[in-house]
Write a protein of this length. Sequence first.
Length: 298
Amino acid sequence: MTTLKLKKPAAPARKSRPPVRGVAPRPSMAQARAASLAVRPDSASEPLHATGSVRLSKRMSELGLASRREADEWIARGWVRVDDRVVSKLGSRVLSDQRISIDAQARHQQAQRVTVLLNKPVGYVSAQAEDGHAPAITLVTQTYQWRGDTSGTRFLREHLRGMAPAGRLDIDSVGLLVFTQDGRIAKQLIGQDSEIDKEYLVRVENLPGPGLSASKLALLNHGLELDGEALKPARVEWVNEDQLRFVLRQGKKRQIRRMCEAVGLTVTGLKRVRIGQVMLGELPPGQWRYLGQGEAFA
């Protein structure tokens, strides 16, 4: 005798409840995790624009850890950690209270980057060659390294790779010019928020009457504008009857010459003798030396 098996009737499909108007659906666990990753980045996710967040490379630059270009390179290599998690995606964002650390390999690479101090002579341009004049970087060779260089650093051709001027001097100006491979130093000297003093000795002629009036000297210190923009306060004083000392925290093109013209003076010679705490000193014209390990601009 054949036994028949009866099938159980299928359970009726559950009707989904219509959403309650005005109430947002509760996020799932996966959605909550994704939201937290938008603020706390790690190597497996690309963070969103959380309120108050900034690009990781910008934050590293603000903290003086690296230049933005350097930071992007380290991020791509997996050399940067945020709150002990590796961040390897460019464009990642962080909050100001997050802890940033860099790998020992990044520290080592940074330590190999050099900075050069050159006593630029007349006739050389600071950056790219122009009008038949050679760039000052062409003087940075073993031939022109100052014998008085006490840094202990031996010249290598790889030191020229990625080296750029951190500031400029006009073709007819002389004195201290800095070249560096270190983005931190470049930002310190020429960044928008730079507070590093630059000191110049300026020879002038065409003095009005017996000398520069007190009111015009006051204008050189504070009160002039160039290109429709007020200049930052400077320190300007007489060294002798035809020479002034300028101390600036600004570097507009031909700024000192144009300032002098504004008060009736003609500049016949301009020499930069100091940048921050680093002096030109006895470095001969046309020669250069390395920035020593114990030296700093600020």
